[in-house]
Design a protein around this ligand. Structure first.
Ligand SMILES: Cc1ncc(COP(=O)(O)O)c(C=O)c1O
Length: 434
């Protein structure tokens, strides 16, 4: 069987799937399943490709990895050593980023609907605080005056591979429309804040290269208006993430060098035509592009049900990888120990969760699989483990990295005693049950 065009760092060696030169069957035997497996080399390659595409064109450039995509400390440490910044969405993500060695303004904190405690934490952490609404600044100022403040704008349009991935436009809960943004910066300036950033994040998993310059234009027009009307210069302007990856055979890779050329061109045109906004750094905050194809989910087939419709059940489900249930997202699924077997059965691949949305792949062509066979879900490095849950009281899986041909356990799997540890039945209830 041929490997899908989208598969990075994989080989088919006599019918067995290898990742970075190692047989996945051996890794599954050693660490058990379900298991998240990552190629450290691929994470580095993805970072370097994207970073150099922009950096060669604009020195004042920074890539802030979106921690929400994959918050494993090993991933964060790899990216910190590459020179990345960190884009965090919660206090816990800031703590993780700091634990991995990110400091102060290397971190940008973009919360939404933040509580006072979260605002206080963000401010005191020394991160750049990026506010999702103007009045949040008044609340933040109760804890002190930040050196720099940034606001998230809704540029009026957004795009995403699935509806749930569109994060700007009329239905989005994020950011502020232009008029509100002008007011917010006006208030920030009056409050004595001296340094400013501007941010948008308009959608995720976009493969159309033309989208990125178009949305950059939109943001630069807003930046131009703010800088002209209020006499504000920007330290940085952040065009967000959203850079797509091909999950399916018919999709093409995003040509990042071309995208970078168009984006930097429009960014610099925007600066020149406003003439008032200084010489801001260009920030981007990709998550998926950096880690998606570096991650794999290994699962063992638990039962095959044959009938009018066939089902291949395995030990990974919507609790382990939520994207198919959440968005109807497609992930390629490979029969990792039977790569050369003819794919003669049509079956849906499912997990063990008591929901009919627990469908990891519908009507896929598969070999005649049996309990004990191994499946590899592709492109699981982004929003895989980080969206996993304990639903149906299923423990979270382990995470293993391949680094220079060796495997390392980076996070142990949970165990049932882990659930019990944090629970106490109030004595009054226990007594009543006696
Ligand atoms: C504020 C923000 N920045 C960056 C990202 C990363 O997006 P992507 O993984 O599509 O690059 C997200 C994802 O939802 C986000 O909400």
């Amino acid at each position: 069987m041929l490997l899908p065009k989208t598969a990075a760092c994989t080989e088919n060696v006599n019918g067995e799937l290898y990742i970075d030169g190692l047989a996945v069957t051996g890794i599954a035997k050693e660490y058990g399943t379900p298991l998240y497996l990552y190629s450290a080399n691929r994470i580095r390659e993805n970072y370097r490709r994207m970073h150099s595409a922009f950096r060669r064109l604009r020195k004042k450039f920074r890539l802030n990895f979106a921690v929400k995509a994959n918050s494993n400390l090993t991933t964060l440490s790899i990216l910190r050593t590459e020179g990345s910044g960190a884009d965090c969405s919660s206090p816990a993500e800031i703590m993780l980023a700091k634990t991995a060695g990110f400091e102060g303004e290397q971190i940008i904190y973009s919360g939404n609907y933040s509580s006072d405690r979260e605002l206080e934490y963000g401010f005191k952490s020394g991160a750049i605080v990026n506010l999702d609404d103007g009045p949040l600044l008044e609340r933040l100022l109760r804890f002190g005056r930040p050196d720099v403040v940034s606001f998230r704008v809704n540029p009026g349009v957004g795009r995403g591979k699935y509806k749930g991935l569109v994060t700007a436009g009329p239905e989005a809960k994020f950011g502020m429309v232009e008029e509100d943004a002008v007011r917010a910066y006006g208030f920030a300036k009056k409050s004595g804040i001296g340094r400013f950033g501007l941010h948008m994040m308009s959608g995720s998993n976009v493969l159309d290269p033309e989208y990125f310059p178009a949305i950059t234009d939109r943001l630069m027009a807003i930046a131009g208006r703010i800088s002209r009307e209020l006499g504000i210069e920007f330290d940085f302007i952040d065009i967000g993430g959203g850079f797509g990856v091909p999950y399916q055979e018919e999709e093409d890779e995003l040509p990042v060098e071309e995208v970078a050329e168009m984006v930097v061109g429009r960014f610099e045109d925007g600066i020149a035509s406003a003439g008032t906004m200084g010489d801001p750094q260009l920030f981007i905050e990709p998550g998926r592009y950096i880690v998606c194809d570096a991650g794999f989910l290994l699962a063992t087939v638990t039962h095959v049900k044959k009938g009018e419709r066939n089902f291949i059940g395995c030990d990974a489900g919507m609790n382990t990888l939520l994207r198919p249930a959440l968005y109807g997202a497609y992930h390629e699924i490979l029969p990792a120990n039977r790569m050369n077997d003819a794919r003669e059965m049509t079956a849906s691949v499912t997990g063990q969760i008591c929901e009919n949305t627990d469908m990891m792949g519908k009507d896929r062509k598969m070999p005649e699989l049996e309990p004990g066979d191994l499946l590899a879900f592709m492109d699981c490095g982004a929003y895989g483990y980080s969206m996993a849950s304990n639903y149906n009281s299923r423990p979270l899986p382990a995470e293993v990295f391949i680094i220079d041909g060796k495997t390392y356990l980076a996070r142990e799997s949970e165990t049932v005693p882990d659930f019990l540890k944090r629970q106490t039945v109030p004595p009054v209830v226990r007594k009543g049950a006696e």
